[in-house]
Design a binder for this molecule. Structure first.
Ligand SMILES: *Cc1c(COP(=O)(O)O)cnc(C)c1O
Length: 389
């Protein structure tokens, strides 16, 4: 090795700048409307923000305990119990992390041996592929395909993806970027596969509150028979309370899994930011109404953007959850998503994400993802500009 060569380790080659960073930089540089990266352009509940500020001014500025502040672990336990009837011991079954991203990373690094396989639905959240690669694991994608206006999987394809080397099934529901909220029937199939092959399920539930076909539409996989004991569930405050910059997440799982994840986590970050943990504990206890109001507001934004995308002639998949709506760009004569987003930026001054970057296969080529977690004026302006295409 010389200093002139690319110093990046081989297993991370191909994971350069994330497409979100690239698209956000493009939007900032050119003043385009950024419907690429999924972050809200309004703040979370004021009393939560005040709690964080007061925690900083009140001296909560040194290392909190490695597993997280007890008050936050207790608030997470209460939330899982009240919302889903799932009970977790705050002392042994809950770990606070630096966002869901760190929880996912630490879980995969802790649970997947070199050469073992991780089954994941594609399109997948971009950190999944990178972290599986970093763990020396192998991803086994199962493609979500349009079926009746939403994206879902073929149970036979899921079963066929599992091999004797499969260790983990990584499930994201509500699903980014398709907006699918997996139904109980779909989750039964997933649970069957996990039980039959003795897999660990890692569930990314960061959009657990953001479902638009009713507040209770999200079904945690751990609530299905025989699944709590094999599920490492992950969520975070970022999407629920519109504080994606705070990076407070958590894992709930049986003790041996929490210990494994914490073994990795302690050497990556040791612990997560103390004042924000305190504020999120407060929000989980007191701001359920705010989160419900956000859900209702986002449902209206979903419709606002989806209607606009459809009116522009794009095949639009009205999402059941999350921040995102997907479109098929072919009706407007574009060959694929990349070609579309380039034209969208040049002609309409809008940045969006070509979904093909979240696939191993070419099944995602015609799709583009738009974020609707934006102020109504921003959505309206974008919809207006879509007509320039
Ligand atoms: C935003 C997002 C995350 C990251 O959550 P953080 O708490 O910000 O780390 C993880 N998974 C999915 C699917 C997301 O959309």
């Amino acid at each position: 090795m010389t200093l002139e060569n690319d110093p990046l380790v081989a297993r991370m080659q191909g994971f350069g700048t994330t497409v979100f960073a690239e698209m956000t930089a493009l939007a900032i540089r050119t003043g385009a409307i950024n419907l690429g990266q999924g972050f809200p352009d309004t703040d979370g509940p004021a009393t939560m923000l005040e709690t964080a500020a007061a925690a900083i001014m009140g001296g909560a500025n040194q290392y909190p305990p490695g597993p997280g502040l007890p008050e936050l672990r207790e608030a997470v336990a209460a939330q899982r119990a009240d919302r889903y009837g799932l009970t977790y011991d705050p002392a042994e079954e809950i770990l606070v992390t630096v966002g869901a991203t760190e929880a996912i990373a630490a879980a995969i690094l802790a649970l997947v041996e070199t050469g073992e396989e991780v089954v994941v639905f594609e399109p997948y959240y971009d950190s999944y592929a990178a972290i599986i690669a970093l763990a020396g694991g192998v991803r086994r994608p199962v493609t979500l395909r349009p079926d009746g206006g939403r994206f879902t999987f073929d149970p036979e394809e899921l079963r066929a993806a599992v091999t004797p080397r499969t260790r983990v099934l990584l499930l994201n529901s509500p699903h980014n970027p398709t907006g699918t909220v997996f139904t109980r029937e779909e989750l039964e199939v997933v649970a069957d596969v996990c039980r039959e092959h003795d897999l660990i399920a890692v569930t990314d539930e960061v959009y657990e509150y953001l479902t638009y076909d009713g507040p209770a539409a999200h079904v945690p996989l751990a609530t299905l028979p025989g699944m709590r004991e094999r599920t490492v569930a992950i969520s975070s405050a970022g999407k629920t309370f519109s504080v994606t910059g705070w990076k407070i997440g958590w894992t709930t799982a049986p003790p041996r899994f929490v210990r494994a994840v914490q073994t990795v986590k302690q050497f990556v970050t040791f612990t997560a930011s103390a004042p924000y943990q305190r504020a999120v504990a407060y929000a989980l206890r007191e701001e359920g109404k705010w989160a419900e109001d956000l859900r209702v507001a986002l449902r209206a934004k979903r419709d606002r953007l989806s209607d606009g995308l459809a009116a522009a002639g794009l095949t639009t998949f009205r999402p059941q959850g999350t921040y995102f709506a997907q479109v098929d760009v072919r009706p407007l004569g574009f060959g694929d998503g990349r070609e579309f987003v380039t034209a969208l930026h040049e002609r309409a001054g809008i940045v969006a994400i070509p979904t093909q970057v979240f696939y191993d296969s070419d099944a995602g080529d015609p799709y583009v993802r738009f974020a609707f977690c934006k102020r109504d004026e921003v959505i309206d302006e974008a919809v207006e500009r879509l007509h320039r295409l």
